[in-house]
Design a protein around this ligand. Structure first.
Ligand SMILES: Nc1nc2c(ncn2[C@@H]2O[C@H](COP(=O)(O)OP(=O)(O)OP(=O)(O)O)[C@@H](O)[C@H]2O)c(=O)[nH]1
Ligand SMILES: [Mg+2]
Length: 447
């Protein structure tokens, strides 16, 4: 079996991650205490990807839970799923010992001051999980790029994983601050740019997610009166479950993390994706329509977990994970539909960039569902907007003192912002390339 180690770091990372485990436990018939309560042999066969069997019929998630602030972890411990996780894999720092203030929520504090105190413990927990694995497939991380812990501690750990597990796929589900109102918190602006800069080199796949978009899906599409974080997190966990379904269940057209990554990533640094799921809209059954509403919603920007406009720039590649009973006819129609949707917005020099996997085992709802990953260059607009916010504060050197006290220097700020600007330029240059540029690209390669 190809095991995955899950890391959840910081408050939102832990909340999203715990929601993910609830979903996975339900899908695999694991009780909140870790007992297998199902009757299907298929379930038992597929448990190894995410779970260790600790004793007959008893399973533990292959998860490491990290936070500098003990409150989120304490809440998880006290929740019905608290006993599910390995007690040794709950790792908390003690930021109150380090004179915690609002300004401790910074990347440098998580990366150096506190990160260096807990990284050995985190890596030891990961090493033990890796040793228990037969063929480790990779890592998945849930975190926020805006929080001090979700940015600093996560990057500190990713740097170590890059050295020790460089053959494994590393993917993250990363919350990115909402920027639409243009008044991003300065610490979140700095933390996000430091995170994105490192993430472009340390990860293989990053699914970017914004709360504004999660809120809109809950409020407008699903008609929830006042969506909570829990409602929003369950959208993320259902997509996470969809992406991993191909690794968990057997099937001819299934896809492991590596296969998804190979299909989606055309240039190693451009591995930031727009995630979306279906059905994420109130279902209206229309018997006159040939295809199901679930199929119609797939690839619809209203279902994107990131506020990314697909009509800006180009769609390089996409990957759809279908679950449940889908006819091949419906799938072919949808793949064609996404390619044809907005002429000129699919990169012409990358024909057949849209691929898919099918997993016949449905999710909890037992209905057909699908998860969509789009490699849209328009996403660089969001990174550009973060760079602009970053510079707005950095030009005045606002709030940088605390970062410097925690170990960074002004040059690190300049370097991180410039790396993110380069990323934006790379997206733009590939989006503007056309088929005639082929020769130019060819001559760049040295064999
Ligand atoms: N979707 C979602 N967003 C959350 C949740 N909790 C907090 N956030 C958002 O996450 C961002 C802050 O990140 P946190 O995860 O709280 O920060 P952290 O990683 O714990 O880092 P610290 O700053 O050190 O506390 C804010 O934009 C919050 O709105 C959650 O459960 N779900
Ligand atoms: Mg926190």
């Amino acid at each position: 079996m190809k095991e995955i180690i899950h890391l959840q770091i910081g408050s939102s990372g832990n909340n999203v991650g715990t929601d993910f485990w609830q979903t996975i436990c339900e899908e695999h018939s694991i009780s909140p205490e870790g007992q297998y309560v199902g009757t299907s042999d298929l379930d038992l066969e597929c448990l190894d990807v995410y779970f260790n069997e600790v004793c007959a019929g008893n399973y533990q998630p292959r998860a490491v839970l990290v936070d500098l602030d003990p409150r989120t972890i304490d809440n998880i411990r006290a929740s019905p799923h608290g006993v599910l996780f390995n007690n040794d894999n709950y790792i908390i720092g003690n930021k109150y010992d380090c004179g915690y203030t609002r300004f401790s929520n910074n990347f440098a504090h998580g990366f150096y001051t506190q990160g260096n105190q807990i990284d050995e413990q985190v890596l030891e927990a990961i090493r033990k999980e890796a040793e228990k694995s037969e063929t480790l497939q990779g890592f998945q991380l849930t975190h926020s790029t805006g929080g001090g812990t979700g940015s600093g501690v996560a990057i500190n750990i990713l740097q170590e994983l890059d050295v020790d597990y460089n053959k494994c796929i590393k993917q993250s589900f990363s919350l990115l601050s909402d920027i639409s109102e243009g008044n991003l918190d300065p610490l979140h602006a700095y933390n996000a740019i430091f995170s994105l800069s490192f993430m472009s080199d340390l990860l293989d796949m990053t699914m970017l997610i914004q709360n504004c978009q999660l809120y809109n899906i809950c409020f407008q599409n699903l008609r929830m009166a006042s969506p909570s974080y829990s409602d929003m997190n369950s959208l993320i966990s259902s997509c996470m479950s969809g992406i991993s379904s191909g690794s968990r269940y057997p099937g001819e057209l299934n896809a492991s993390l590596r296969k998804i990554c190979t299909n989606l990533v055309c240039f190693p640094r451009l591995h930031f994706f727009t995630l979306s799921g279906s059905p994420f809209q109130a279902q209206k059954s229309d018997l006159n329509k040939k295809y199901s509403p679930c199929l119609n919603q797939l690839g619809d920007p209203r279902n994107f977990l990131l506020n990314c406009n697909p009509n800006i720039g180009k769609l390089f590649t996409a990957f759809a994970c279908f679950r449940g009973s889908w006819g091949q006819d419906s799938i072919n129609y949808k793949i064609q539909d996404i390619s044809n949707r907005s002429p000129g917005t699919v990169a012409e020099w990358l024909p057949n960039g849209i691929s898919y996997s099918c997993c016949s085992t449905p999710g909890i709802s037992q209905e057909p569902s699908a998860t969509f990953l789009g490699n849209y260059s328009g996403l660089s607009e969001i990174i550009r907007a973060h760079c602009a916010q970053f510079m707005k504060y950095f030009k005045k050197k606002a709030f940088i003192r605390k970062y410097i006290e925690d170990g960074l220097c002004e040059f690190n700020f300049i370097e991180a912002e410039s790396n993110c600007c380069d990323l934006v330029s790379e997206y733009e240059s590939y989006a503007m390339a056309d088929v005639e540029d082929e020769e130019e690209f060819d001559s760049d390669f040295e064999f």
